[in-house]
Design a protein around this ligand. Structure first.
Ligand code: IPE
Ligand code: IPE
Ligand code: MG
Length: 243
């Protein structure tokens, strides 16, 4: 008989912010004798389902790693395909997430993206900014080191021009110059595909995040896996350096 474990999630102890490293699209495709691009396309479909479910459960923020500053090393054909998928995702956000009330924001070095994508980002962000549901951050041309470097440059400039006293350089001054300004740190970071590393994702913000790994590749990730991740998260004791 088919039996599936039901994970009882405590609605009063939900992670406020879930971050996801959506890895393993290429391996998912290879196992099926398909091109890597087919894995990316299947992954984009899974993303829609997971965002909707997070919104339904009542998660406030989801941040997904869509393209890293290092992913430019990939063959041009794959990079172009990924950029096309992201452009479609942003363009169709209205249709795909119809009635979902999602706020979409993009985190990363925008000037490295095509003019077309940069313009679409502004349109999608503006279009969804008054929504009141989950905030979905898409990390695109994002690198944790690039983000921190950018914040430091910004700080130095503000000190030089007298906007900031060097004595006022503190954690808050850095936080407010990161792409994640005004977004709480992730409580839970999920990575698929069996890899157990950050790959330059949210380096500053993950200081006290809980990590959850699965061997499943991203296109095979299901709502049940999301629930298992939240269920496991709720069994952990977070201490933040205290007792
Ligand atoms: C994750 O899947 C998607 C991106 C990095 C854009 P991969 O493309 O890294 O898939 P694998 O890790 O090679 O299987
Ligand atoms: C991390 O995956 C980036 C994204 C999921 C967008 P990668 O596949 O690029 O990471 P590595 O190379 O395995 O560390
Ligand atoms: Mg990978």
């Amino acid at each position: 008989m088919f039996w599936r474990k039901q994970y009882q999630i405590d609605m009063f102890r939900l992670p406020r912010h879930i971050a996801v490293i959506m890895d393993g699209n290429g391996r998912w495709a290879r196992r099926r004798g398909l091109p890597r691009t087919a894995g990316h396309s299947a992954g984009a479909d899974v993303l829609k389902t997971i965002v909707k479910e997070c919104n339904r459960i009542g998660i406030s923020y989801i941040t997904v790693y869509a393209f890293s500053t290092e992913n430019w090393k990939r063959p041009k054909e794959e990079v172009d395909y990924l950029m096309g998928l992201l452009l479609d995702y942003l363009r169709n956000a209205e249709k795909n997430l119809a009635g979902e009330n999602v706020v979409i924001r993009v985190l990363g070095a925008r000037d490295g993206l095509s003019q077309e994508i940069q313009e679409q980002i502004i349109k999608t962000e503006n279009f969804t900014k008054d929504n009141t549901g989950i905030v979905m951050n898409i990390a695109l041309n994002y690198g944790g080191r690039e983000e921190i470097t950018n914040a430091v440059k910004n700080l130095i400039n503000d000190v030089k021009t007298g906007k900031l006293e060097s004595a006022d350089v503190n954690e808050e001054a850095i936080c407010s110059r990161l792409y994640t300004e005004n977004i709480p740190d992730p409580d839970l970071i999920i990575r698929t595909s069996g890899e157990q590393r950050l790959s330059n994702f949210l380096l500053w913000q993950c200081a006290y995040s809980e990590f959850w790994f699965t061997n499943k590749n991203w296109p095979s990730f299901r709502i049940q896996d999301l629930k298992k991740a939240i269920y496991d998260y709720q069994k952990r004791t977070r201490r933040f350096g205290g007792v």
